[in-house]
Design a protein around this ligand. Structure first.
Ligand code: 13P
Ligand code: ZN
Ligand code: NA
Length: 280
């Protein structure tokens, strides 16, 4: 059924596992995540990015909520990467149970005031707030090492950020990236994650890791051991969808079913890696 993100994360904390938050764009995507969750007896988060919301609008949110309500396992609906005040103010009215305030493009001081503003409004409505400190890059960004280091989450700033904003969950930048990792593979600063966890666990704040597509089983395990409770997954599910379209059968209904199956397989695999399979 339709659950609360806070409950999912609290249970994950107690059980020492993580919840997958999967970006969805259409009915096949929503059905793929919910079917995977039911088959794997796993809780899950359906998340909608502003770009996806622009395409799917309110019917897409309604689809997520309705699918969650009918599911035999706990599902919640989350708004991903709210980079503008306008998007977030809208999102507050649309029925999301949790949202991400993404002020990572702002200076630290601006990020604090932006996050604090939305966080106070969201909390009045009982909506869980995730926010990002540091800045996640894509591999196409072509950053120098110095730039890259500068974008990692700073542990001292994290303390102040949490105290000032009152957020419930912190998305950290420890070398994780959206999309593909370089051919040499992901390099995560687990030492930094450990420091950040020491801080967030004292404050009852959940750790979130974006850019989970492309992370090895070992890295995911390491992150969970160091407190990550929510992994965001997008690229691998999208790729499964697109790859499925190259099959020989071009009948619409067949293509839709094949896309759903392809996405479902990726989602199910992640649920096992995250340890959420069998927890619902
Ligand atoms: P990936 O596309 O790397 O899985 O990242 C997803 C994400 O962080 C969505 O917010
Ligand atoms: Zn992200
Ligand atoms: Na990634």
């Amino acid at each position: 059924g339709l659950s609360s993100t806070k409950d999912l994360l609290l249970n994950a904390e107690k059980g020492g596992y993580a919840i997958g938050a999967f970006n969805v764009y259409n009915l096949e995507g929503v059905e793929a995540v919910v079917a995977a969750a039911e088959e794997q007896h796993s809780p899950a988060i359906l998340q909608i990015h502003p770009g996806s919301l622009k395409q799917g609008g309110i019917p897409l949110i309604a689809c997520c909520i309705s699918a969650a309500e009918q599911a035999t396992v706990p599902i919640t609906v989350h708004f991903d990467h709210g980079t503008s005040k306008q998007d977030l103010l809208e999102a507050l009215e649309l029925g999301f149970d949790s949202l991400m305030v993404d002020g990572s493009h702002l200076s630290f001081t601006e990020n604090v005031s932006y996050t604090k503003f939305i966080s106070s409004l969201a909390h009045m409505k009982g909506i869980l707030v995730e926010a990002e400190l540091g800045r996640l890059s894509g591999t196409e960004d072509d950053l120098t090492v110095e730039d890259y280091e500068a974008k990692l989450t700073d542990a001292n700033q994290a303390q102040e950020f949490i105290d000032e904003t009152g957020i419930d969950a912190l998305a950290v930048c420890i070398g994780n990236v959206h999309g593909k990792y370089p051919a040499s593979g992901p390099k995560l600063r687990l030492d930094l994650l450990k420091d950040l966890h020491a801080l967030t666990s004292k404050k009852g704040v959940f750790l979130v890791l974006h850019g989970a597509s492309g992370l090895s089983k070992e890295l995911i395990k390491g992150c969970i051991e160091l407190g990550v409770r929510k992994f965001n997954v997008n690229t691998e599910v999208r790729k499964a969808y697109m790859d499925s379209l190259s099959g020989p059968n071009k009948d619409l209904v067949h293509v839709m079913a094949a896309a759903k199956e392809a996405m479902k397989a990726v989602v199910a695999e992640k649920m096992h890696l995250f340890g959420s399979a069998g927890k619902a």
